[in-house]
Write a protein that binds this ligand. Structure first.
Ligand code: B12
Ligand code: SF4
Length: 474
């Protein structure tokens, strides 16, 4: 069988497909699925954001993934391939939350994790008896995975896997996205991780993670875990095993990991350069609304300083809830982050993702303008009523843009970064400069859904030399 796996791009608000010339780090979804395809089948990967889709290539089976953000584009691709006679299967987080919706566009929908169902479906299809829906096992084992087929992705498409010998002496190339665990011990109201992967935290055997890094020849790892330190004892085992590999890495964790000095020390020794943390808000009441009271605002400064002492650059993720709060909230967040010398931040307008408590609450309160907002092209604002007693839509947008840009302005960078007690200050300084250029010159790159064009990576945007390469929607 000839199998084509597609990662769809998203539509921009003008209806064009969000294309770019170079990506940052390849996502691991399609390489993982490709590795599970039986050797007798031929498999190809197409990254819509970076490549043209060849609808005439005549695949027997088209597999499409998709986040909520790219699902409208994913459905259009699926419809076109079906019109041309291909069998279309869809999987991933969005269709797992909305399988009925997806069945209007796909012949088969795979719900949940697919390590077991995807190979089973291929054999059913070969035997001429595919089912309409396959449901992954709840909390499946993460042992025995094959090495992801990154070799199927053209190296030239990704900044972090091409480099060349000279560049790779200066920065850790190649870098791959690697998963070591799934799930999260928490259940924040806006996050779809626990609704999708189930409660609890599952891990891959450490020797298998290490073997994968070695097999890929990775010098940099971008860990795709939601919470790399979800189980501190196991995290320490992983970090100890990483030390001899001399890789550098970035990952996601919660703020409270900064309270564990041994963990931070091992993170530093194992090559940790950056951790993204969900700080979300500076107000305990908002954090409690988000079911995130494990974040302690009174500890933030101390925790941020602990990361810094270990040379770990924090990317603080902040969420703003339109309609609530006052116009002054953006200034307060900006001032806190600047005075606490936070190196990077990403700001989000709260997004009602399907399957989350946030989504259900907005729906029940009648606040969603269009319940299936993801089927429409994105507008300037989130698709729910944002106006509140003290804040209009316009004030929200203006305040958000003004202070977000201010954070990535030269005065703020100079105030935040050069500091003798910050081990990584010079690297942070160098990385802040391209972000500053993007924040101020690439107006299309920053919006309420995607600060700094998150899905491409800010460095890729920078290398894109400020040129947009869009094409009208099909
Ligand atoms: C790492 C990560 C990122 C990285 C990706 C880096 C990279 N290059 O890999 C970065 C930081 C760039 C990122 C960006 C974004 N992310 Co993100 N991210 C994640 C995270 C933590 C892990 C994703 C991952 O790699 N998983 C491992 C792979 C193997 O799992 P998987 O894709 O789910 O695939 C499995 C199954 O779903 C299934 N499957 C998937 N597709 C298909 C297709 C077929 C045909 C089949 C058969 C099976 C199948 O099989 C796979 C094996 O079991 C997830 C949380 C999570 N655990 O899902 C959030 C998550 C996916 N991200 C999320 C969001 C919202 C975003 C952004 C939209 C944020 C933004 N506003 O910009 C962007 C959009 C990115 C884009 N491309 O459009 C949400 C998505 C929610 C939703 N309903 O869409 C998640 C779930 C987190 C959350 N808070 O809820 N993200
Ligand atoms: S801690 Fe992070 S990954 Fe875990 S539920 Fe909350 S937002 Fe999601």
């Amino acid at each position: 069988m000839k199998i084509l796996l597609i990662e769809p791009a998203r539509y921009r608000s003008d209806g064009s497909v969000d294309k770019t010339r170079v990506g940052f780090t390849p996502a691991n979804t399609l390489p993982c699925l490709a590795a599970l395809v039986p050797p007798r089948d031929q498999v190809e990967i197409c990254i819509d954001m970076l490549q043209e889709i060849d609808y005439a290539s005549g695949p027997d089976l088209v597999g499409i993934t998709g986040y909520t953000k790219s699902i409208a584009r994913a459905y259009d691709i699926a419809d076109e391939f079906r019109r041309r006679g291909a069998y279309v299967v869809m999987g991933g987080i969005h269709v797992s939350m909305e399988p009925e919706e997806a069945l209007a566009h796909a012949d088969t929908v795979i719900v949940g994790e697919a390590e077991e169902t995807w190979p089973r479906f291929i054999e059913d299809l070969r035997a001429g008896a595919p089912q309409k829906t396959y449901k992954g096992l709840p909390r499946p084992s993460m042992a025995g995975w094959p090495v992801p087929r990154y070799d199927l992705i053209d190296k030239k498409l990704y900044y972090t896997s091409r480099g060349g010998p000279l560049l790779s002496r200066i920065i850790p190339l190649p870098t791959y996205s690697i998963e070591t665990s799934r799930g999260c011990p928490h259940n924040c109201s806006f996050c779809s991780v626990t609704p999708f992967l189930g409660a609890g935290y599952r891990v891959r055997p450490v020797p298998e993670v290490i073997a994968e890094i070695k097999a890929l020849g990775a010098r940099g790892c971008s860990f795709a875990d939601n919470n790399l330190f979800g189980d501190p004892a196991r995290a320490k085992e992983l970090l100890r095993a990483l030390i001899p590999l001399k890789v550098v890495w970035a990952g996601n964790a919660t703020m409270d990991c900064a309270d564990d000095e041994e963990l931070l020390e091992l993170a530093e020794r194992s090559g940790c350069r950056s951790i993204t943390v969900g700080m979300e808000a500076l107000c305990d009441e908002t954090l409690s609304e988000f079911n995130k009271s494990f974040n302690r605002t009174d500890q933030y400064r101390r925790q941020l300083a602990a990361f810094s002492r270990h040379g770990i650059s924090v990317l603080a993720s902040m969420v703003f809830q339109p309609g609530t709060g006052s116009p002054g909230q953006f200034r307060r967040v900006y001032e806190f982050l600047t005075s606490a010398k936070v190196p990077y931040t990403a700001w989000w307008a709260l997004t009602p993702l399907p399957g989350t408590r946030t989504y259900r609450e907005l729906l029940e309160k009648g606040l969603l303008r269009r319940p299936r907002w993801w089927l429409y092209k994105p507008g300037a604002y989130p698709d729910y009523k944002m106006s509140g007693p003290d804040l209009t839509d316009e004030e929200f947008f203006r305040g958000y843009m003004k202070y977000y840009k201010k954070f990535y302005s030269l005065p703020s960078i100079l105030r935040r970064l050069p500091s003798h007690w910050k081990k990584a200050w010079w690297a942070e300084f160098l990385w802040n400069l391209p972000i500053m250029f993007i924040a101020h010159l690439r107006r299309d790159a920053i919006n309420l859904y995607s600060p700094l064009g998150q899905e491409r990576g800010f460095m890729a945007l920078f290398l894109d030399r400020f040129r947009r390469k869009g094409k009208p929607a099909a």
